[in-house]
Design a protein around this ligand. Structure first.
Ligand code: CP
Length: 308
């Protein structure tokens, strides 16, 4: 297969296993490119990309911008906080104004679930979802599973536990879809209050005992508590959460086997993960960030090749 089955990247839910294979093969190539002395290719010299972010971001925003520049695309950046959105402009008007400047592709982060899907139906550009509320974060799941493949030689048959605030996490949902599509076994672990009802219907196991979950898995993906999406408290105190669902060196060393530790960032050190775990050899957190650039180059390149 030489092209994606989709014209937008709105969620992992819309991809096939073959799409993910193609993205990974393309990312393998771009990872080699970005580790050369000359890290830039002229591939997308005719393409203009707008990064529009209605929510804060460090990794995703910088990673997309770097990926676009490594491909020689023209790039414009838009942050909602400094824009006319504050004066009441609608999302469609904002994006159509940007598109009238001859933009081919929009990378958007938005607090509303489905914002990218809505946009793809109303504007004439390829849309990449860079995180829509608590719904999906597809490029994060692609870079996460690419990083598992790199560290463990594959994703199929691997046991992965996603730990923490599953209820408010777009990373969890996209990871579940991506891992299942690639044949991994998946469990979620956290306090009952932070596990969505009926999560088992996605084909994942549920475990509320962190030690048991860690002894079962090959990989633990530790998630942050998303305080910004909580209207009330889901657990008694941060200290108690950390004691029951945080990972630290002594817990890691007491397990039956050596596991791989992941985290999408930003990390709350001392809450869901201690520094001696985050910075250890078992952690692939910075590999995930490095792989994010290659994955985003692959996604942009493959979607750009479908623009008529
Ligand atoms: N992992 C992730 O989405 O991080 P940012 O919010 O910093 O982009």
């Amino acid at each position: 297969m030489s092209e994606l089955s989709v014209n937008h990247l709105l969620g992992i839910k819309y991809l096939t296993e073959q799409d993910i294979e193609l993205i990974f093969e393309t990312a393998d190539h771009f990872k080699e490119v970005i580790n050369r002395a000359i890290k830039k290719v002229p591939t997308l010299r005719d393409i203009t990309i707008a990064n529009i972010f209605f929510e804060n971001s460090t990794r995703t925003k910088l990673s997309f911008e770097l990926a676009e520049k490594r491909l020689s695309a023209d790039v414009i950046n838009f942050s909602a906080g400094q824009s006319s959105v504050k004066k009441g402009e609608t999302l469609i008007d904002t994006v159509n104004n940007i598109l009238s400047m001859k933009v081919d592709m929009v990378v958007m982060r938005h607090p509303n679930p489905g914002a990218g899907i809505f946009l793809s139906r109303h504007v004439k550009a390829a849309i990449i979802n860079a995180g829509d509320g608590a719904h999906e974060h597809p490029t994060q799941a692609l870079l996460d599973t690419f990083s598992i493949r790199e560290r463990l030689g594959g994703v199929s048959g691997k046991k992965v536990v996603i730990v923490g605030d599953i209820l408010h996490s777009r990373v969890a949902l996209s990871n579940i879809f991506a891992l299942k599509l690639q044949g991994a076994e998946v469990k979620v672990c956290g306090p009952r209050t932070l596990l969505p009802k009926h999560i088992e219907s996605l084909g994942v196991g549920v475990e509320t005992d962190l030690r048991k979950a860690l002894n079962w898995c090959d990989v633990a993906n530790m998630l942050r508590i998303q305080n910004e999406r909580m209207e009330f408290s889901y657990f008694p105190t941060t200290r108690e959460y950390s004691q029951q669902y945080g990972i630290n060196r002594s817990l890691l060393e007491s397990l039956d086997k050596e596991i791989v530790i992941m985290h999408p960032g930003p990390i709350n050190r001392g809450v869901e993960i201690t520094s001696d775990v985050a910075d250890s050899d078992q952690s692939i957190i910075l590999d995930q960030v490095e792989n994010g650039v290659a994955i985003r180059m692959a996604v942009i390149y493959l979607l750009a090749s479908k623009i008529k």
